[in-house]
Structure formats: structure tokens, C-alpha cells
Design a protein around this ligand. Structure first.
Ligand code: ADP
Ligand code: MG
Length: 635
């Protein structure tokens, strides 16, 4: 074995650099945190080629005095920590004095800096931890750090990097979160010469949410501002409709620092219990502020994990903060009595937070559930959204004529055969309507009617059948989309007036990265600047909101696919489209529509298709015998 030696600093620096600067986004994080600590209110981040070739972080902060510039690059050089006691009372972002040393061990770094009031600034060039150029230079107040050719001297690290666009995405994600943590700072992110997003630094978190996640998020967030026992929880939480299939839109800060804490995320999710479907996760941006000595941010070198001194109490306060916010919002919307002051530590439910076992604790807010139902359970969309928007879309689909009538006919025509609906969703079984057109070899059947606005009842021979209208139509649409897709037929529908959709920057990036795929799926869309895209054609005839939802769902699925490749991705995507286009539950059907649906179901059955794309049955049957047995006419 080799003898034990102290590692030369060049080696140990590289090892440490692996912890602090493991990829471009980690370098950006350190540099931006330094800018924040320097009191900047304008920070620009620019990267090229995923940040591997070039990173620039420019701020208008306090600057570094010329005589200290080189010291800043030494290991454990920090202006933020003087002794061990201070380690537990960190108020600033950085404190280990490691970042600059680590970065310059694995890259070339240029520093341009000027303190306020100084006549001239300084230019310093560090190449692999050694100063190679230093001179005074005229420049504005603040600091610019330029990091070039990251890991060019550590080829092993390079191997762990993903492709440029993925690394750029990590930088965007990180910077987005930092921008959310400091709405008072104007951030700008430029990638390969294009501005990806910018925030205006007006101190309003909702405005930062708007710039980063788009208008639909900014409109559907509820403010949280709650203090109890010296723990202050502040930020925004999304209404249930912003829930997504993953947790990428959950942002948690502790004393302004972005952290990962699964327990806290669970606690927030717990506050939404019963208002968001299982497998969906709420949107939130929350900052937990508490005495710095109660939190240990020093457990992880990159400082994204935290430990709390009094976990249970903190989680308890978080839970109530979120619950109060959701409740209060609901009450304001319903114009009920006084809204409880959300920051008075007043709890709507005094029960201390208990983890999930306490199944029977009632934590539902009827109003939220109602709203959730409105937004997620399929209902007759045309009723909810009105026919105005819809009429701006061309509804032309020859192959599926009857079902266009679901989209085009007003609600009124649906009542034509059955008269006005009685007491909402009550059963409306009408006289059996014979439909004995057994001409083209089809089995004859007679329609009994529709129940609960969701199931079609009909009789054929000695059997009574019940069809789930959404399941049946979704499967039908899915099959025909699949056929068009595999025959490379164009199934895009041109919209009469194009829809401009405001997305989050991450979604927009995903759409841009998967443009061909979107086109193959029947979308005709283009970049519309900022975080928007313009849609000229879509695979379905739908209103703007549905197209918006569909684009987001597809983008989310495409994003997810990068992590877990799915073999039958196209099928999944087509199913998402089919699901949006299919007639919904809670939708009255005309006699013609029912007849058509029954025929389609029969045809699918002949091809052995008996379930919706998710495996739920399309049709169930009762034989006359079964019914007689139920009535004890037969034993
Ligand atoms: P830390 O942030 O943990 O102190 P760093 O290696 O990141 O360690 O930075 C070392 C020191 O360099 C900081 O303590 C600070 O004094 C100075 N510094 C770094 N970046 C900036 C900046 N953008 N503006 C002003 N000072 C800076
Ligand atoms: Mg630092």
C-alpha cells in the first residue's frame, strides 16, 4: 500500500470542487448567492452551451475591494463568517468560503469588480487556481464573474454532465427558484444569446410567479402569510387546479434559502387532502422564516438540505398556514362571513398536525372540493365555458360527424328530445325508443335512455346494456387517432383564430425541444416570444383552455419521459388527446348521439375492444334472467 500523505492542494481543491461545483447549475448557484449576499438588486445570468463553455453572473452589489480580490479565491476565504458561533446563525447565503476556490480549481475565471465610490475597477484572471492577469479597469459598480471551460481539466467530471440543453434547463430551474425567493431582486436569464426569462424585482411574489410560470399560475395562486410561535410562513400556494403529476413546481425556502425537504412538501400536500387527486401535487412557493439557530443548513455541502431543531412544531405551523390560506380564499370567494386573519396564528382547525394515519380527521373544505370537482371531474364543458369561444374554432372532422355535434350543438338541442332537464342530475329514464335499423347486418337495439347524464341504457334481445359514455367515446377517439397517426395522416384541425398560450419558461422550453413531436401529434404551433407560444392548429376541436391544458399535459409527459423512458409514449400522448376530445361524463346526449355511440361501441366490440384506454370497462350488461332473479321471479 502507498504511504499516507496529505493531498497536494491542487488535488484536494478538485475533490472539494466536485462537491460544490458538480455541474454548471451548481456554479451558477454559488455565484448568484454571492451576488445576493453582496446586496445586488439586479442580477444577470448568462450561459452558453449549457454553461460548460461560458457562465457570466453580473451584479450591481457592493463589489470586492481590489486588494481582497485574490484572497476571495482562496479556500475558506469568506467575509461572512468570523467564528464558530456564527456558523449557527447564518443570515447570508454563502459562508463556507469554498465556492470561488472550488470553481477556479476546475475552470478559468475572470473577475471584474468595483466597489461603490471607487474610481476604477479591477480585472483579475484566474487560470486553474492561479492568478494570470490583474489590472485596473474602468467599469460600473458591482461584480461580474465569468467562468469559462468548466471541467476542461477534469475530464472525468465532464462525463457526468448531460447534454447542453438539459444543463441549461437545470440552470433555468435553479435561477427561477432563486428569483422566487427574492422577488425584490430583478433577475435576468440569458441562454445562448436568448433571454429566457426576467423578473422585475418589484418585490411582488405573484409577479415573479407570472414571469416564471406564466399567467395561469399567477391567476390561480393564493397568498400565504401566517405567523405562529415565532415561525413565519410566507409565499403562495396554488389552487387545486394547478396541481401537477410531479413535484417540480414545489419550491420551499428556509430563511430565504432554497432547500429540499420532503417532509415539509408532504405537510403542505396534507393540507390539500381531499381537494387534490391522489398522484397529483400542489403548486407552492413558500418561505419558512424562523430564528437561524433553529435550523441547521450546514448538513449538506451544496446546502440544499436542512435540519430543523423542532421539526414537529415547524411542520405543524406550515400545515396550518397553508390550510388557513386555502380556507380564507374559499371564504372570500363565497362571500361568507369575516375572513379569519391569516397571519394572526389563528387556526381553523386546532388539531395539531398528525401524519396520515388520522384518516378520520375532517380536513376537507367543501368549497375547495367543489371547485376541484368543477375543474377536474369531466363535466359538460360547453355548459361551463359557454359556446362563444368554441365558435371561433372550425369544427370539421368528417370521419366522426355525430360527435362533432357534441361540440357544435348548443346545450339546447340536446334537450330537444327529452325536454328540459329535471332536478339536475336525477335519473331520466324515458320510454324505450326502438332503433331497429338492422339493415347493414347490425344487431337491432332499442334505446332506453341516459341516466345520470353519464350512462347510456339500451336493450338488445334479452339483455339490458349500460355504456359509460366517456369511456366508450374516449376509446373510439383513441383508436381513430392511433390509426391516423400510424398512417401518418394529418389530423390537425386549423383554428379559426390562433390561440396564444402563456406557458412557464420550463414548459415552453420542453415544447421547443419537442417541436417535431408536437407537430406529429397534430399541433401547428410557433414561438410567440417570452414564455408564449401561438397555436394555429390542434389535434382536437376544443376551446383555448382545453388546448392550453393539453399542451401542458403533453409537455409534462415529454419532460418526464427524459427521466423514465416510456416505450409506448406515442400511445400515451394520443390517449391524452383522445381524453380531452371525448365527450365527458355529466353531458346530456341526444337520441342520435346515443344511437351513434351504441353503434361505435358495438363495432369496437367486434374488434375485441371492451375497455377505455385505461382499462375501465366500456359496457356492462344484465340479462333478463339476472333481472328476474333480482326480483325473485326466478330462483
Ligand atoms: P462565501 O460566499 O462562502 O463567503 P465564496 O468563495 O463564495 O465564499 O466567496 C468568497 C468571498 O468573496 C465572499 O465572502 C465575498 O467577500 C467575496 N465575493 C464573492 N462574490 C462576490 C460578489 N459578487 N460581490 C461581492 N463580493 C463577493
Ligand atoms: Mg459564496
Amino acid at each position: 500500500m502507498n504511504s499516507i500523505q496529505i493531498l497536494p492542494s491542487i488535488v484536494s481543491d478538485k475533490i472539494a470542487a466536485g462537491e460544490v461545483a458538480e455541474r454548471p447549475s451548481a456554479v451558477v448557484k454559488e455565484l448568484v448567492e454571492n451576488s445576493v449576499d453582496a446586496g445586488a438588486d439586479h442580477i444577470t445570468v448568462e450561459i452558453k452551451k449549457g454553461g460548460i463553455e461560458y457562465i457570466r453572473v453580473e451584479d450591481n452589489g457592493c463589489g470586492i475591494p481590489p486588494e481582497q480580490a485574490e484572497i476571495a479565491f482562496l479556500r475558506h476565504a469568506t467575509s461572512k463568517l468570523r467564528n464558530i458561533d456564527e456558523l449557527y446563525e447564518i443570515h447570508t447565503m454563502g459562508f463556507r468560503g469554498e465556492a470561488l476556490a472550488s470553481i477556479c480549481a476546475v475552470a478559468e475565471v475572470e473577475l471584474i469588480t468595483k466597489t461603490k465610490g471607487a474610481d476604477e475597477g479591477l480585472y483579475l484572471r484566474m487560470q486553474h487556481a492561479k492568478p494570470t492577469e490583474k489590472q485596473s479597469m474602468p467599469c460600473g459598480d458591482g461584480t461580474t464573474m465569468i467562468v469559462k471551460n468548466l471541467f476542461s481539466n477534469v475530464p472525468a467530471r465532464m462525463k457526468f454532465l448531460k447534454k447542453d440543453s438539459t444543463e441549461a434547463g437545470y440552470v433555468a430551474d435553479l435561477l427561477g427558484r432563486i428569483a422566487l425567493s427574492r422577488p425584490d431582486i430583478a433577475f435576468k436569464y440569458i441562454c445562448d444569446d436568448k433571454e429566457i426569462f426576467s423578473t422585475n424585482g418589484d418585490g411582488n411574489l405573484k409577479n415573479a410567479v407570472l414571469r416564471i410560470y406564466g399567467l395561469d399560475h399567477a391567476r390561480a395562486v393564493i397568498e400565504v402569510d401566517y405567523t405562529e410561535e415565532n415561525i413565519h410562513v410566507k409565499g403562495v400556494v396554488g389552487k387545486p387546479e394547478l396541481a401537477r403529476g410531479n413535484r417540480t413546481r414545489q419550491t420551499l425556502f428556509v430563511n430565504g434559502r432554497y432547500v429540499k425537504n420532503h417532509v415539509a412538501a408532504k405537510v403542505v400536500e396534507e393540507a390539500y387532502r381531499n381537494s387534490i387527486m391522489v398522484g397529483r401535487f400542489p403548486f407552492f412557493v413558500l418561505d419558512i422564516r424562523l430564528a437561524p439557530e433553529l435550523v441547521d443548513v450546514n448538513v449538506h455541502p451544496a446546502k440544499t438540505e436542512v435540519k430543523f431543531a423542532n421539526e414537529k412544531q415547524i411542520y405543524d405551523v406550515c400545515y396550518h398556514a397553508v390550510r388557513n390560506a386555502i380556507y380564507s380564499n374559499d371564504e372570500t370567494q363565497n362571500e361568507k362571513t369575516e375572513k379569519p386573519s391569516s397571519n394572526a396564528g389563528h387556526r381553523l382547525n386546532r388539531a395539531v398536525f398528525e401524519p396520515r394515519e388520522a384518516e378520520n380527521t375532517v380536513r376537507t373544505t367543501p368549497g375547495i372540493v367543489k371547485e376541484y370537482m368543477k375543474n377536474t371531474i369531466p363535466t359538460g364543458r360547453s355548459e361551463v365555458l359557454g359556446g362563444v369561444k368554441k365558435s371561433s374554432f372550425l369544427a370539421e372532422n368528417k370521419e366522426d360527424n355525430i360527435f362533432d355535434s357534441f361540440e357544435n350543438k348548443g346545450v339546447k338541442s340536446d334537450f330537444a328530445l327529452y325536454g328540459e332537464p329535471q332536478n339536475g342530475g336525477a335519473a331520466q329514464i324515458k320510454m324505450e325508443q326502438p332503433c331497429d335499423d338492422g339493415d347493414d347486418g347490425e344487431k337491432s337495439f332499442s334505446i332506453v335512455g341516459q341516466v345520470f347524464d353519464t350512462y347510456v341504457l339500451y336493450r338488445s334481445g334479452d339483455e339490458l346494456f349500460m355504456i359509460d359514455q366517456h369511456a366508450a367515446h374516449e376509446r373510439f377517439r383513441f383508436e381513430s387517432l392511433k390509426k391516423s397517426y400510424s398512417n401518418r395522416e394529418k389530423f390537425s384541425q386549423m383554428l379559426m383564430s390562433p390561440a396564444v398560450l402563456s406557458l412557464g419558461f420550463a414548459e415552453k422550453q420542453t415544447v421547443k425541444d419537442n417541436l417535431t413531436e408536437f407537430r406529429n401529434l397534430g399541433f401547428e404551433l410557433d414561438d410567440f416570444g417570452g414564455t408564449s407560444i401561438i397555436v394555429h392548429g390542434a389535434p382536437i376541436v376544443a376551446d383555448e383552455k382545453e388546448i392550453h391544458d393539453l399542451v401542458l399535459e403533453l409537455a409534462e409527459a415529454m419532460h418526464e419521459r427524459r427521466k423514465h423512458p416510456v416505450a409506448d409514449f406515442e400511445e400515451r400522448a394520443l390517449d391524452m388527446i383522445a381524453c380531452k376530445y371525448a365527450i365527458k361524463a355529466n353531458k346530456k346526449l341526444t337520441y342520435e348521439e346515443m344511437r351513434d355511440l351504441i353503434k361505435k361501441t358495438d363495432a369496437m366490440e367486434k374488434d375485441g375492444i371492451k375497455t377505455c384506454p385505461h382499462g375501465r370497462p366500456i359496457k356492462i350488461s344484465f340479462s333478463k334472467k339476472d333481472i328476474e332473479k333480482m326480483f325473485k321471479r326466478r330462483i
